[in-house]
Design a protein around this ligand. Structure first.
Ligand code: CUO
Length: 979
């Protein structure tokens, strides 16, 4: 039976399904009309109490100074009315080569303006704990309000932690005081005057100051020093800080840089392989900043899509962490069981002191049971976090998800639709003050409850007065392995909601995947040095100057005390996307969405689409203007809208203005994934990843800023994917994580069989002309064994031979291709032709049998300190008039064929289909098939019940490793490493 007659048979069913589908879609407000997520108005008054509720959180006014554990709510700060500058200045250059056109997504970079030097100097100095600001005449003129309430909420020498509501209230009060003047000079003066007052807790002051900085556009201009230099004790182990102090006690000329690496945490066992991710200074600094920008209390106006961003940002962290585990030979993240008395498997020793209180964050032994917590400072208060209550809150939320409606306080219900459902769920789960029914779902939110239970798990009844563990504070929680298993459990709750939404279909329904008239013909990533689609990671070091933050008590360290902090890094690269635009199609404004995911699981088996969609992590999102005909889109990795640079050290900040102008001035707002962690660590032999790029209609994706676009005169550049437009709308209308946030679409197996979910990314992508994928290998170069235990077992990757990439005729052949005939100086390699590398334990070792190559130490990789490329714009689009003669295409040899299969709609069993058929007029039958299967799936179709069900074994074949045998002429070895 031919395709057309087959299509005819199902067209009637498609019509029927369209009627059904309307029931699902009528409330979503789509149909090509630009839309906005999230309520524009604050919803707190409508649904969410601002006041503390119930016995769980204790009395509102504590009688005793709060030294211990309080779970009240409170603290009001101002957080509205400001907005992050739009992308307008960068957009023009982004699309300049493409002939103009507005760019919606605020690209990371661009712009710049005057910095008030004297104010900047003062601002810097108020973060310098070696200075006694009480006696500084510049700040004595400011009149500070009585801070008695601040001190009562968090005494000066208390151990500050963010899930203590009293402490948060103290931060809110400081922030309110600092944003009150609405004048940067006065704010800095007030801050300087307040900092060293006898009752001011330094950790409260820092967070209040950061909160004010992030919420006020007038303060954006001021460069914040890196948080590791302001409060090193919360990011660096006590052992390393002790070593740094010892250096500080020596004559300045004889001091050495204290190396901070993973050696301190060896007692954390195999999990210590990931110390460089979990304990990365910028990761933890970012997490602190994110929660300061999106606080769950102390605000009266809901940030645009805050709840959804809570879901998505943490989802992306987990997916990213998952890839990091694979590269270290560790298994997937499993959701943590938080039932009563359930043991917490992971032990963790943070090696972290709080220098202000003199306390140490308590380590957690393995298998500690989850128990109710109490605080003893306030007499007569019953357990404040109950495990049973938390279990109940989880069950209520998940029941509401299954019922597709939330229970409201008045007994009514609120639908959980595809547009706002995830946002409201984020508010409920965390919970923010905008949760619609705190009495029912938990005012504190089962997310916050769990952080407290885990933070106090060593002494839940407070019998010994142990300080809490790191899970109770946002600046430290991402250090702990349990953070990821815990957040995975919440991600499953969010995903339950997503699984119950209709999958995005190719042409029908809500936000269909296809964009008519747009086709990606090929995709590649080109490293600055090396071979196309082969990326490299390595360990690097960055020097920070700790002397100003070593001691809140001004211990009198004179001169610089530096720490050489080890971090993962990668060589920069460029995405190249070749796309055709039919002149008759839309305006051509395209949103480019870039994701990456591991291709194989920890056992070397190929992920199927059900599995892989959950572990895709976003790398970039930007807007370009496509010209009619062929286009080449190029985008630098350093321009990622996900990441920010490492902030400038104090020492760099103190350079003269002239010095700074040479290197493009960089400021630091703190919100954004650390750029050096954009890519997961590769392996010595090369770890295969799938890169996925999708173009969607930028006109439909456009979200206008709420306020008039205005840039701060400085260069505060939060990363828009995680941080939106600060204090304004989120700039992308689609659900965060689109298209992987929902289950993959169904494809019919054959005309007599039931449809099925597409199995692989290849199949998924081949149905979407405006999407493409490429296999990318990430190779880790350089030594790391001194601090990183290497995986013990070699993994054999099992490729599905039927899905192997087929070379595609190159429409836009590269120009002069070059391939070094011999390795770079200092590098030797040997290539193995072993088809199936043996499963030997040494094959991950350098030069091991079956390993791809061996390297000898090479020179340092190019420093990333040069930072973002000038302009820092969106993708560049080059219309290509004569395919085959691409000017300026500095070609590289492609050893891995591009994977963009023909747009084959159906599976291999339908041989009579034209695999290159781009006439999609027959696709409407999918509506019926998918609706049919969707309902069956809900009733227990196996694909949905077993999300990790592997592909059928017979589909697997042993495969040659030749794709992954990489040439190591990237000079990615840091010769200073480990010295
Ligand atoms: Cu960011 Cu649990 O939310 O840490």
């Amino acid at each position: 039976m031919g395709a057309k007659s087959w299509v005819g048979l199902v067209s009637l069913a498609g019509l029927v399904s369209g009627i059904f589908c309307q029931q699902y879609f009528y409330s979503t407000g789509f149909g090509g009309v630009p839309r906005q997520f999230g309520p524009q108005e604050p919803v707190g008054q409508q649904f969410g109490p601002l006041q503390p509720i119930g016995r769980q959180f204790g009395p509102q006014q504590p009688q005793a100074p709060p030294q211990g554990r309080f779970f009240q709510d409170g603290g009001r700060g101002t957080f509205g009315g400001r907005q992050f500058p739009s992308s307008s200045s960068s957009s023009s250059s982004a699309s300049a080569s493409a002939g103009g056109g507005a760019v919606n997504f605020p690209n990371n970079g661009g712009g710049g303006g005057a910095i008030n030097a004297s104010l900047q100097a003062q601002f810097r100095e108020i973060f310098d704990w070696n200075k006694d600001l009480n006696t500084d005449p510049r700040f004595s003129g400011c009149t500070v309000p009585d801070i008695g309430d601040v001190e009562r909420a968090c005494p000066k020498r208390a151990l500050y932690y963010g899930l203590n509501p009293e402490h948060r209230m103290a931060v809110g009060m400081v922030k309110t005081i600092l944003t009150g003047p609405n004048n940067p000079e006065q704010t800095v003066c007030l801050a300087g005057r307040m900092r060293d007052l006898p009752g001011m807790n330094p950790n409260v002051w820092i967070r209040g100051m950061l909160g004010a900085h992030l919420s006020d556009v007038g303060l954006f201009d001021l460069q914040v020093p890196p948080m590791v230099e302001v409060m090193p004790h919360i990011f660096i182990s006590r052992e390393s800080l002790q070593a740094a102090r010892r250096q500080g006690s020596q004559a300045a000329s004889g001091r050495r840089c204290t190396v901070v690496d993973g050696s301190v945490g060896r007692d954390n066992g195999v999990e210590n392989r990931l110390w460089y991710f979990r304990e990365d200074v910028q990761v933890n600094s970012f997490h602190l900043n994110w929660h300061l920008i999106y606080p769950f209390t102390g605000v009266t106006r809901k940030a645009d899509r805050q709840g959804e961003l809570f879901y998505f940002s943490h989802h992306n962290h987990i997916a990213r962490y998952h890839a990091e585990r694979l590269s270290n030979g560790l298994g997937r993240v499993v959701p943590l069981n938080m039932d009563i008395n359930a043991p917490v498997p992971d032990a963790y020793h943070p090696h972290l002191d709080d220098t202000n209180s003199g306390s140490s964050w308590t380590p957690r032994r393995a298998n500690r049971p989850i128990r109710d917590t109490v605080f003893i400072n306030i007499t007569g208060v019953p357990p404040n976090i109950s495990v049973a209550d938390r279990v109940l809150h989880v069950r209520r939320v998940e029941d509401s998800i299954r019922n597709r409606g939330l229970v409201l306080r008045n007994g009514g219900s609120m639908p959980l639709d595809s547009r706002t459902g995830i946002d409201i769920l984020g508010d409920i789960v965390e919970a923010t003050v905008f949760t619609p029914n705190g009495e029912y779902y938990g005012n504190f939110g089962f997310h916050n409850e769990g952080h407290v239970l885990l933070g106090l798990v060593e002494d839940p009844q407070n019998r010994t007065g142990l300080p809490p563990g790191v899970m109770i504070e946002v600046a430290t929680s991402m250090r702990d392995p349990v953070f990821y298993t815990y957040h995975t459990s919440m991600d499953e709750t969010f995903d339950l909601h997503k699984q119950l939404l209709p999958p995005y279909q190719l042409e029908n329904g809500e936000l269909p995947l296809k964009w008519d008239g747009i086709e990606i013909s090929s995709l590649e990533v080109v490293p600055d040095v090396g071979i196309s689609n082969q990326l490299t990671t390595f360990f690097n070091q960055r020097t920070f100057e700790l002397s100003r933050g070593l001691d809140f008590n001004r211990s009198g360290v004179q001169g610089a005390v530096s720490a050489c902090i080890t971090h993962l890094d990668h060589n920069p690269f460029t995405y190249r996307i070749y796309a055709n635009r039919n002149p008759q199609s839309s305006s051509g404004r395209a949103t480019v969405r870039i994701f990456m995911a591991p291709r194989f699981d920890e056992n070397g088996r190929r992920y199927n689409m059900i599995q892989q969609r959950k572990i895709f992590f976003m790398l970039d999102l930007f807007t370009v203007q496509l010209q009619p005909g062929p286009n080449r889109i190029t985008r630098r990795s350093t321009d990622s809208a996900l990441t920010i640079e490492i902030p400038q050290s104090y020492s760099q900040l103190n350079q003269t203005k002239q010095d700074r102008i040479k290197e493009r001035p960089r400021t630091y707002c703190g919100c954004g994934w650390p750029h050096h962690l954009l890519l997961p660590k590769g392996t010595e032999r090369g770890l295969p990843f799938d890169l996925f790029v999708m173009l969607t209609n930028g006109d439909e994706d456009y979200v206008a800023p709420r306020n008039n676009p205005r840039r701060a005169s400085g260069e505060c550049k939060p990363a828009p994917i995680y941080c939106g437009r600060l204090n304004d709308t989120y700039p992308d209308a689609r659900p965060m994580g689109y298209p992987f946030d929902r289950l993959p679409y169904n494809a019919p197996r054959s005309w007599w069989d039931r449809p099925r979910v597409v199995e692989t990314l290849e199949e998924y992508t081949s149905g979407i002309p405006n999407a493409a994928m490429a296999q990318v290998t990430i190779t880790h170069t350089g030594p790391g064994q001194a601090v990183l235990q290497q995986p013990q077992n070699s993994i054999r990757f099992e490729e599905d031979e039927s899905q192997r990439p087929r070379p595609r005729p190159q429409q836009f052949p590269s120009g002069a291709q070059s391939f070094p005939s011999s390795p770079a100086p200092g590098v030797s390699f040997e290539q193995s032709s072993v088809r199936n590398p043996p499963l030997t334990s040494n094959s991950f070792q350098k030069g091991g049998n079956g390993g791809a190559f061996s390297t000898s130490p090479a020179r340092n990789p190019p420093s990333t300190s040069s930072g973002f490329q000038q302009g820092g714009n969106g993708g560049y689009v080059t219309p290509i008039s004569h395919p085959g003669s691409v000017a300026g295409y500095d070609g590289t040899l492609e050893t891995v064929p591009l994977i963009h299969q023909e747009h084959q709609l159906f599976d291999k069993s339908r041989e009579d289909d034209s695999s290159d058929d781009h006439d999609h007029s027959h696709d409407h039958h999918h509506g019926s098939s998918e609706y049919y299967n969707y309902n069956n799936n809900l009733r227990g179709f196996p694909n949905f019940q077993k999300p990790y069900q592997p592909l059928q074994q017979q589909n697997y074949h042993q495969t040659t490793f030749q794709h992954y045998l990489t040439s190591p002429f990237f000079n990615g070895v840091n010769s200073n490493y480990g010295k």
